[in-house]
Design a protein around this ligand. Structure first.
Ligand code: ADP
Ligand code: MG
Length: 393
């Protein structure tokens, strides 16, 4: 078990917290503040324990001068201040005397946010290459380091790995919640069912390989089902196929005949538009000019029947083009179905979590993982550098 923020005395300590404030922005405005909201628990705890709370986060990528303005963290400081109901001291720089003076002037319970850590990338990618001097400098600003940014834990950057190597450290509540949910999948209560969808097989090979032995069944949908259907010998018409993944699909289908379940009917059309006519067809009768954009009602019913006894469910990747109303039905119905079960339900992946939010199920599942790449790497069994560097209890 990793050390957590609870394992330390915070009173009057300068606590550096690496948050994930990498929120979607448009024209200097925050479009979705979920990530800020999710970081409140750790920040509020540090405030209530009497820490001097110093926050670091990246925002977007900084490759050229123009990215500085676009990825300025100032709006996050404003939003955070509103959510916390208290002042957030924003320092528009990542190092230097102004920052140091403001930190020196902090009192117990004060909150300070440092400018986007990736501003340091403009000068030789210092943040993203985990520049040794930078990590050491940031560490010198505090007494303790807490990593609460699960979404960047698969990267070794100065603001997570660099700082952690120079200070006593632990994880925050958000990171802890993510790890508890994902660790639960590594040692699942059975029956354990996996739903794998989304765009491409090639993105998911690592996760499938790592989890297939643990799972009682893997239900396949979305764009990646096309390749599996073709590997099984069906004609999938004009559907998107990954030739390079056909062999993988064939091998998996042969080795795990009973475990890998494919759609039995699908929602097809000749054009990916809202207006083009669509129809439901068994997978045996897809026309040359038709493409699969969702699973059909018989598949939904069959999949739900298979899922009904499960105690643990992990879902990555939507089962259709959920962005379009006509092709979101499979994903929506299965989300509704799994939320009605008495099971531990975990969603992982940007799009499946977005689909759950869109259809109103994000709060109804047991856990919606915010990690994206970090979630997938964890489920591939890879060690996450941002986590590996954190002390064990
Ligand atoms: P996640 O982010 O959950 O890991 P992915 O990024 O792998 O999921 O895939 C999401 C994308 O897959 C969505 O944009 C969705 O439109 C697309 N998709 C799902 N089903 C299909 C399909 N049958 N054909 C084409 N694209 C699909
Ligand atoms: Mg995605």
């Amino acid at each position: 078990m990793k050390k957590t923020i609870r394992d330390y005395e915070l009173r009057n300590k300068k606590v550096l917290i690496r948050c994930d404030f990498n929120v979607p922005m448009k024209d200097g405005k925050i479009i979705d503040d979920t990530r800020i909201e999710e970081s409140l628990k750790t920040i509020n705890y540090a405030i209530s324990e009497g820490a001097k709370v110093i926050l670091l986060s990246h925002l977007g990528r900084v490759k050229e001068e123009a990215d500085l303005k676009k990825n300025n963290l100032a709006p996050v400081a404003g939003r955070l201040s509103t959510l916390l109901g208290k002042e957030v001291i924003f320092v528009n720089t990542t190092r230097g005397p102004e920052l140091e003076k403001k930190i020196e002037a902090m009192r117990m319970g004060d909150v300070l946010l440092i400018q986007n850590t990736r501003y340091e990338d403009l000068d030789g990618k210092k943040e993203s290459s985990n520049d040794a001097e930078l990590g050491k400098y940031w560490a010198s600003l505090g007494d303790l380091f807490i990593n609460d940014a699960f979404g960047t834990a698969h990267r070794a950057h100065a603001s997570n790995v660099g700082i952690a190597t120079h200070l006593p450290n632990g994880i925050g509540f958000l990171m802890e919640k993510e790890l508890n949910a994902l660790n639960g999948l590594m040692d699942p209560v059975h029956p354990f069912m996996i739903l794998m969808g989304g765009a491409k097989v090639s993105d998911k090979v690592g996760v499938i390989n790592h989890l297939v032995e643990k799972a009682d069944a893997i239900l396949i949908g979305g764009g990646m089902a096309n390749t599996f259907l073709k590997a099984k010998g069906y004609s999938v018409g004009a559907s998107f196929i990954e030739e390079d993944s056909l062999e993988f699909a064939k091998t998996l289908l042969e080795k795990y005949k009973e475990k890998i379940l494919l759609p039995i009917d699908v929602n097809v059309t000749t054009e990916k538009t809202d207006t083009a006519v669509n129809r439901i067809t068994p997978v045996e009768t897809i026309n040359e000019n038709e493409m699969i954009l969702d699973i059909g009602p018989a598949s939904i019913a069959w999949f739900m029947e298979k899922l009904s006894s499960s105690k643990t469910i992990f879902w990555n990747g939507p089962f259709g083009v959920y962005e379009m109303p006509k092709y979101g039905v499979g994903t929506q119905k299965l989300l509704e179905g799994i939320c009605s079960l008495n099971a531990n339900t975990v969603l992982g992946g940007g799009d499946i979590v977005a689909a759950a939010a869109k259809f109103g199920y994000k709060e109804k599942v047991s856990h919606a993982s915010t990690g994206g790449g970090a979630t997938l790497e964890f489920l591939e069994g890879k060690e996450l550098p941002g986590l590996a560097v954190i002390e064990e209890e």
